[in-house]
Design a protein around this ligand. Structure first.
Ligand SMILES: Cc1ncc(COP(=O)(O)O)c(C=O)c1O
Length: 378
């Protein structure tokens, strides 16, 4: 079946008892057993499995083209569980040279203290990633594409080769693209990571994370850790993400169309010095993005003439674009990465320019978005 059909139906058979078309929210911690060990449908305790979460996990696997999906309490919980499942003290990870600040903080401040070393390398440069690999020690090559917040593009197929040559796994954070626009497992990645808080949920009303794995054995190991560590998605949060996924395709089409108009406006604006959007023909990753993505996404970043103070002031002048962290919801958001989402990379190799502004372009009428930005920039 096609993506849009899977998004609506995978894992979501009508409820056998009532015929409910939408999977119920099984708000329960435990399940009656028919005699000791007599589990109904394998359900025993909701940290181990819950039917609403199972529906989401099956849907995630289907829409990413993976063997198994696992749903977590947040994107970072998914990342942490994966790293503790596949790495041991003394191992090494190649991490993105541009990435969500919280993912960098997880490597630099949490995993590092438990003995997982890391080297940042720009994912758009396969040679730089290859050079950062420590033979025998590197277990993971981790990339974001497009990156947060500079929208750099990594060639997933090329990096899968680099990682596999070194005996490492390729992990792709697919949060910015969503599986509607990009399917990393089909390009050779081993694991896909999501903050489902973003486009998958799509309505800025839930925090969640996901892993989708290409290999059954690896999936079993990570699923064991999901239960053993316990950072699972709750039933209501699972239900919200599942509901969001049903409209992912139509929302992404509109996000992409609106973002592309906004990028065009910014490119020709005298107060803007640089625009980062992979849909622009002059973007250095444009050709690879065109090859591996269905369209170019809803995120646009740009640098403002007048430096950091002007960038900060601009964030406070828009009216339709709401000043706030996060992304991927139906409403447009504006933020200053240096002082907000990426404050944790200050002073690190991942530090972002002070005059940078990031937009999550929503699905409002594009005329209103263009007018809002035009007025705020003026
Ligand atoms: C690209 C990316 N990956 C992962 C995360 C972490 O997800 P969460 O905030 O759901 O823990 C974020 C959050 O902004 C993100 O932008």
């Amino acid at each position: 079946m096609h993506f849009e059909t899977l998004a609506i139906h995978a894992g979501q058979e009508p409820d056998p008892l009532t015929g409910a078309v939408v999977p119920p929210i099984y708000q329960t911690s435990t399940y009656k057993q028919d005699g000791v060990g007599g589990l109904r449908g394998g359900y025993e305790y909701s940290r181990s499995a819950n039917p609403t979460r199972t529906a989401l996990e099956e849907c995630l696997a289907a829409i990413e083209g993976g063997r198994r999906g696992l749903a977590f309490a947040s994107g970072l919980a998914a990342e942490d569980t994966l790293l503790r499942a596949i790495c041991r003290p003394g191992d090494h990870a190649v991490i993105p040279g541009d990435a969500y600040g919280g993912s960098y903080r997880l490597f630099a401040k949490v995993q590092d203290a438990w003995g997982l070393a890391h080297t940042p390398a720009k994912g758009h440069d396969a040679d730089a990633v290859r050079a950062a690999i420590r033979p025998g020690e590197t277990k993971v090559v981790w990339v974001e594409t497009p990156t947060n917040p500079l929208l750099a593009i990594a060639d997933i197929a090329a990096l899968a080769e680099v990682a596999h040559d070194a005996g490492a796994l390729l992990v792709v954070d697919n949060t910015f693209a969503s599986p509607y626009l990009q399917q990393p497992l089909a390009l050779g990645a081993d694991v896909v990571v999501h903050s489902t808080t973003k486009y998958m949920g799509g309505h800025s009303d839930v925090i969640g994370g996901a892993l989708v794995l290409a290999d059954d054995e690896l999936a079993e190991t990570v699923a064991y850790h999901q239960n053993a560590m316990g950072a699972v998605a709750g039933p209501f949060d699972s239900w919200l993400v599942l509901r969001g996924i049903k409209t992912l395709g139509v929302r992404m089409d509109r996000h992409c169309a609106n973002a592309s108009r906004v990028a065009e406006l910014l490119t020709s604006h005298p107060k803007v010095t640089e625009v980062f959007y992979p849909g622009l023909p002059e973007h250095p990753g444009h050709e690879i993005a065109a090859k591996q993505m269905k369209a170019f996404g809803g995120m646009v970043s740009f640098r403002v003439a007048g430096g950091e103070e002007e960038a900060v002031a601009l964030c406070d002048r828009t009216e339709v674009f709401i000043l706030g962290e996060s992304l991927g919801g139906v409403e447009s958001l504006i933020e200053h990465p240096g002082r907000m989402t990426h404050a944790s990379v200050a002073g690190s190799p991942l530090e972002v320019p002070g005059d940078l502004v990031r937009l999550s372009v929503g699905i409002e009428a594009v005329e209103d978005l263009v007018e809002d930005l035009t007025r705020a920039l003026a």
